[in-house]
Design a protein around this ligand. Structure first.
Ligand SMILES: Cc1cc2nc3c(=O)[nH]c(=O)nc-3n(C[C@H](O)[C@H](O)[C@H](O)COP(=O)(O)O)c2cc1C
Length: 312
């Protein structure tokens, strides 16, 4: 069983240390462990060109046009059964590099889209199926490390990275006020426990389940919600389920109609609903693009003003 630690913190900083504590615990449980600090890699932002999705949906394998180390990182992730991510908290959420990796894990690495991409490739002569290792189930735990108590968005960021590749989330932990984490025995012990739990989960992925903070959303354990305009409905920011937040026995509770659970963004059924929605809208756009009205409206904006660039 292989466990990969990925730190997004400064080299040999708090995130590296806490990530390695988790790996030490996993190694004690018999795991083969390895470690990456993302600053050793060249990871570029997703530009939104959608070439990968076009490639995936036309039976060409879903290649990304950016030439950097992302696919190397993805390979290492594909080789692992379990992942531990250690991520600095920046402006209350995950550091930008983690968000960039989340974007790069976007539609191109969505399990639902890849299942459809595989079917399309099988129907086309000479079609190229996407990398099937994505579909292999793997477990993941996440730790956020902050220098204060500004930490209210990071857990949701963690769940959003896990969403497209359908990592089975085992725990999401947040360590606030943690600039000297190597001196804090309680947090080190907690990281060790996360390592033990992750190794156990990676050893039995089929039966592994979430063991962390119960959170507020009973489906995905998220604590972040979007409160809709009419003030009666709340939407879970991670899984997208729509329901009500009520105070029950003095505690905030979120509930949704169980009949809607198949819409949850982290389920295969929810992904297929999302794929259908996108297909419909992309189809509309492709048709509109052919019209003179669309071309004229676009031209108005393209011709109005061009962007500035610094002189190099
Ligand atoms: C740009 C920036 C923004 C930060 N924002 C927050 C924040 O909102 N909340 C918080 O608790 N810590 C914040 N911090 C502190 C970092 O979380 C902390 O420096 C980091 O986890 C240290 O990890 P490292 O030693 O592994 O680099 C911020 C630090 C930087 C550089």
């Amino acid at each position: 069983m292989k466990i990969l630690g990925i730190s997004c913190g400064t080299k040999n900083g708090n995130n590296d240390a806490i990530c390695k504590e988790v790996l030490m615990a996993a190694a004690e449980q018999g795991a083969e462990v390895s470690f990456i600090n993302v600053w050793d890699l060249n990871i570029q932002h997703c530009t939104g060109c959608t070439a990968c999705v076009m490639s995936l949906m036309s039976g060409k394998g879903g290649k990304c046009v950016i030439k950097d180390d992302f696919d190397w990182l993805r390979d290492k992730i594909f080789e692992a059964d379990g992942l531990i991510w250690a991520v600095p908290i920046f402006e209350k959420g995950a550091a930008g590099i983690f968000r960039t990796i989340t974007d790069r894990f976007g539609p191109r690495n969505d399990v639902g889209m890849n299942i459809i991409g595989t079917q399309i490739a099988e129907q086309i002569p000479g079609g190229v199926a996407p990398d099937q290792r994505l579909m292999k189930p793997r477990v993941a735990s996440f730790i956020g490390v902050g220098g204060s108590d500004w930490s209210t968005r990071i857990q949701c960021d963690f769940l959003n990275l896990a969403l497209t590749p359908m990592f089975k989330v085992i725990e999401t932990e947040v360590f606030s006020w943690s600039k000297c984490i190597v001196m804090e025995d309680e947090k080190i012990a907690r990281a060790h426990e996360i390592g033990v739990n992750l190794a156990k989960a990676a050893g039995d992925i089929e039966n592994a389940s979430y063991v962390g903070d119960p959170g507020i959303c009973p489906h995905c354990h998220c604590r972040n919600f979007f409160l809709a305009d009419d003030a009666t409905q709340a939407i879970c920011c991670a899984c997208g389920l729509v329901g009500e937040i009520k105070v029950i026995d003095g505690k905030l509770r979120f509930s949704f109609d169980p009949g809607t659970e198949h819409h949850a963004h982290d389920t295969l059924s929810g992904k297929f609903i999302h794929c259908d929605d996108i297909k419909e809208n992309e189809g509309k756009l492709m048709e509109l693009k052919k019209t003179d009205e669309f071309k004229a409206r676009k031209a108005k904006y393209n011709e109005f003003i061009t962007g500035m660039k610094p002189e190099r």
